[in-house]
Design a protein around this ligand. Structure first.
Ligand code: FES
Length: 155
């Protein structure tokens, strides 16, 4: 483990009354340093820095949509499929993205450019369907908008 990562996590740890509270920011830091995902080595680094087990860190990482336990593409396309978006055509948007990108949900394009995911509520229920592209939210997305969204990813 690099000393720098360990030291940074110790600084995070010191900010909270309960060291367990540092798990999320430590996982985010580890993910940022591992090309946007958390390989086993990253989970071990977080666990070691916080005196936890890698299994515990994995249980946290696998619960939250913002963490990835598999390699991801350079760009991320996330479609909210919760209730408001579901009744506003999220499934059609998702299927249009699958067709346009040539991959299924949870997969990454062969060139490593885009990962497509279905996620829980993105907090924009009044503007359904919501699609997050590299964390920038597109609102009122319909299947007809998909070719434009995908084209922008290649630019
Ligand atoms: S249900 Fe889609 S943003 Fe909340």
């Amino acid at each position: 483990m690099s000393q720098t990562f360990y030291d940074e996590v110790q600084e995070m740890r010191a900010r909270y009354p309960d060291p367990l509270s540092a798990v999320l920011p430590a996982l985010q830091l580890a993910q940022d340093r591992h090309d946007g995902w958390l390989p086993e080595a990253a989970l071990r680094e977080v666990a070691e820095a916080l005196d936890l087990t890698p299994a515990y860190c994995l249980s946290i990482a696998s619960f939250y949509d913002m963490f990835h336990t598999e390699p991801v593409g350079r760009h991320s396309v996330e479609v909210c499929t919760n209730v408001s978006c579901a009744v506003s055509g999220a499934q059609q948007v998702l299927e249009a993205l699958e067709r346009e990108l040539g991959i299924g949900v949870g997969e990454t394009t062969e060139d490593g450019n885009v990962t497509l995911r279905a996620v829980e509520c993105l907090g924009g229920c009044g503007w359904a369907t919501v699609v997050a592209v590299d964390n920038r939210h597109h609102l009122h997305v319909a299947a007809r908008d998909v070719p434009r969204i995908v084209k922008e990813l290649g630019e």
